[in-house]
Design a protein around this ligand. Sequence first.
Ligand code: SF4
Length: 329
Amino acid sequence: MRAVQESLLDAGTAPPAAGRARTEGQAVTRTFDGVTCHEVGARTAVERVPEAAELPFRWSVSPYRGCEGACAHCAARRDRARGAGAGAASTVVVRTGLADRLRRELASPRWEGAPVVLGATGDCYQPVEEIYRLMPSILRALADAGNPFTLMTGSPLVLRDLDLLRQAAAVAPVRAAVPVGFVDDRVRRAVEPGAATPQRRLEVCSALNDAGIPCGVLMAPVLPLITDSPDHLRSTVRRAAEAGAVSVTPIVLRLPPGTREWYLAWLEREHPGLLPRYQALYGRGSVAEAGYRARIAAQVRSLADAYGIGRDDRRWRRRRSPARQLTLA
Ligand code: SF4
């Protein structure tokens, strides 16, 4: 592949106004506030979701690989890490030209219009999206093709593109999912220091639902022995219900290679007494034992039923819309 030049940036997307550029191998590299962005021309737009990701989608579209969120449990770390260890959190691959390529692939007679997921390899509304603005042209490409999609993001920046989401939803099914694994902000500060607070994410969920984009809560991750108590689970499901979430889906922490080393190092620092119990729960694998996962799923399902999630007559529908108070950070 030839060297990527700045001219490969998305058509209609202005090059970043700030950030010192240098060419590094096949990518243009810029640094913004300590975040290193490698701009690489997208060679494919629609990609197959690996089965190991356990997502209910076959296809994904990913403007970024890696994420500034620096969450200790994040599977996106596998993409951004590549042995980068502690520096991994500040490295993001920016896939320039993705929207043009997406238009071509969606127009191909071989494409059958399957639903795609956005945000599977890093939050597509992470802070560098304010600079690169890849998402508006991606949403327009999906809307023009009438292709269904689900957007996964926990960032209030998504509200910038509400009009585009509405336009896409007018021609194809569009859904959203906001990750809120727990609502204890002390845990969030320790594990997800760069991510929006659970309250902000729930406000995003409310705002999307109010805008007519059905939005659920991805209760991901449930952290074994840290956020899996009945009280933690109940508080999270109740707050999701109050935010008007249309669904709540629990996903117990996964520890694939890359994530595993990082998370267990964090655990050893913060909760060394839990290490033996994690070893018993995960062994050498990436997922917690099946019985544990089934128990969490049953508890969350029962709480979701109790709080009326997924029913129009839910008792815990919020009394007033937090969306009215919401401004972009
Ligand atoms: S914000 Fe989401 S995508 Fe980004 S590091 Fe955290 S969990 Fe990963």
